[in-house]
Design a protein around this ligand. Sequence first.
Ligand code: HEM
Length: 152
Amino acid sequence: MYTGLLHTHSLVRWLMLILLIMSVFRAYNGWKSRRTFTPGDKKLVLFTLIFSHVQLLIGFVLYMVSPIVQSALADMGSAMKDKMLRFWAVEHIAVMILSILIITVGNAMAKRATSDGEKFKKIFIYFTIGLVLILISIPWPFLQTGAGRGWF
Ligand code: HEM
């Protein structure tokens, strides 16, 4: 189960990133060109949100079954002094939860906005912040935290 979840979590990252980047670009263009907020825009934002929440759920299950996290949680005192264990026990989960929270709040703010321009602006700002936080918290293969891990 652990390996399957890890692969799924790794793949869903790409779907999430593609949807988030598309949402950010579309929101920026919509805001700057002052166009109408269409059902297509709404659908894209909705799918971005769904995939973010699916990733969050998979992440929670992984957190409970991951041997790395378990070994960190067994001795948090020493884990906090170890860069890798601290990343898996605290940093990855904290920043990812924060980023998905920001995306979710952005969607709620956009829903409440009274004009289409405001909707696009809220989505653009909140989703961009979420995207940047996610990008810096992914254990990319070229980082120490992602050493030995794949791109997919
Ligand atoms: C935007 C959301 C997230 C993205 C893009 C993301 C991305 C990733 C990636 C790329 C990996 C490495 C997969 C691999 O080595 O094949 C990973 C591992 C992991 N993630 Fe996430 N993650 C996200 C959210 C979360 C959340 C919210 C949690 C916890 C609640 C979490 C917990 C974990 C755990 C426990 C591992 C595996 C550690 C191990 O190797 O045992 N992730 N994540």
